[in-house]
Each structure stands twice: as C-alpha cells, then as structure tokens.
Design a protein around this ligand. Structure first.
Ligand SMILES: [Zn+2]
Length: 225
C-alpha cells in the first residue's frame, strides 16, 4: 500500500481549505490543520490547550517540539493515518521541517509530497480585502466576486456589511510578509529533496483540484511500479 504523506502549503486566501476538503474526499485521508487543532484545544481547556495558552499569554511562540510531539506525531502515528495524511499549517520554517523529518524517521516514514498552492500577493490582497461580513449573522460577500444586491447591506437580513480588521489591505499584506519570511527557506528545502509540487492557485478551484489529483495519482503509480 502506497502512503500519501502530504503537506499542504500556501498563503492565507489561496484556497487551501477548499482543496483540502476535496483531497480528503478523493483519497480518504485524515486532515490535520494544526492551527484549528490548537484553537480547539485551547477552547476545551485541555492540558495541551493550557500549555499553549501559557506561551501565548507570555507573548512567546509555541515551541516546535510541543507542536510536533503533542499535536502532529500522535495523529500521524494513529490508525486512521496509516495510509497517509494531509498536514496543513505545519511546518512553516525549515527548522520545523527538519524536526518533522526527524520525528517521522523514528516511525520509519517519510513525506510523499509537499503541495504548494501559489498565488501572487496582489491577487490575495484583492481576494481578502474585498470580503464583507454582515454584522448580524456573519454572512460573507465579496465586493467584486459575490456582491450583495444592495451595496453595503446583507441580502438575507438587511444588516450592514463591514470589512473585518483581518481583511484590511495593510493587514493582509502584513500577514503575507510574515508568510513569505517564514517560508522563504522552506520551499527550497523541499524542492532540493524533490518533494515540492507547485500549483497555480489563480486558476479556478476545480482546475487546481484536477491538477493536484492528477499529480497525486501519478505519484502513487510511480511508487507502485
Ligand atoms: Zn446577513
């Protein structure tokens, strides 16, 4: 049985969530988004959640080892991930990637591919800064791609639409700058090892999905030959 041990990468707004949902369906893989997992642990007030909270309250980063040993490895080493997994949100730096490699090596497993969805910054800013959220129920619109019938008001409940602080162009650009500075050495690291597969994230989601699917099918085939 060929394993599909995958990492999904891309800037905020690249459509990773959509692609992840489809890949999970296609290949029956468990999906581990470390950001979502940590958020849930903190909300539950679990032991791990409390540890994470302590670091964040002190303004410190959550240590890589904690994420690897208590979030990533227990999941990768579980029966549901026997044939593979889709990891999102980790690693973000080369140091984290090396630590992940070492940890996976202990399980005698290795990555199959790193899927990178690439979208230019200006397109991301356009996508995210055009979002408008209704103040009553959180319905989502986009001034360019999905405008409401009456500008500035929700179609469903008539409440005013606002732009979230997170979606303001300068905030989006800052998030992108952070992303690029973190991943600068990560992509070359995976490229050197022949694991990197890049996809044009400016294409429609169905098309991006088709490309990723075809790439993974080829990888599985190569491995079986
Ligand atoms: Zn609404």
């Amino acid at each position: 049985m060929t394993e599909l041990n995958l990492i999904l990468m891309g800037p905020p707004g690249a459509g990773k969530g959509t692609q992840a949902e489809r890949l999970v369906d296609d290949f029956d893989l468990p999906y581990y988004a470390t950001g979502d997992i940590l958020r849930a642990e903190r909300q539950n007030g679990s032991e791990l959640g409390r540890k994470v909270e302590e670091y964040l309250q002190k303004g410190d980063l959550v240590p890589d080892e904690l994420i690897i040993e208590e979030v990533v490895m227990p999941r990768i080493d579980s029966p549901e991930a026997e044939d593979g997994f889709l990891l999102d949100g980790f690693p973000r730096t080369q140091r984290q990637a090396e630590a992940l490699d070492a940890a996976m090596g202990r399980l005698r497993r290795e990555l199959t591919a790193v899927l990178s969805i690439e979208v230019p910054d200006e397109e991301i800013v356009r996508r995210l800064s055009g979002r408008r959220i209704c103040t009553k129920k959180g319905h989502v619109y986009h001034v360019e791609f999905d405008p409401p019938k009456h500008e500035g008001f929700c179609d469903q409940d008539g409440s005013p639409l606002v732009q979230r602080d997170d979606d303001k162009p300068e905030t989006v650009q800052h998030r992108l700058d952070v992303f690029h500075s973190q991943t600068k050495t990560l992509l070359p690291y995976y490229e050197k090892r022949g694991l990197l597969r890049s996809f044009d994230g400016t294409r429609p989601p169905e098309e991006v999905h088709g490309h990723i699917r075809a790439t993974l099918a080829t990888l599985k085939l190569e491995d079986e030959l």
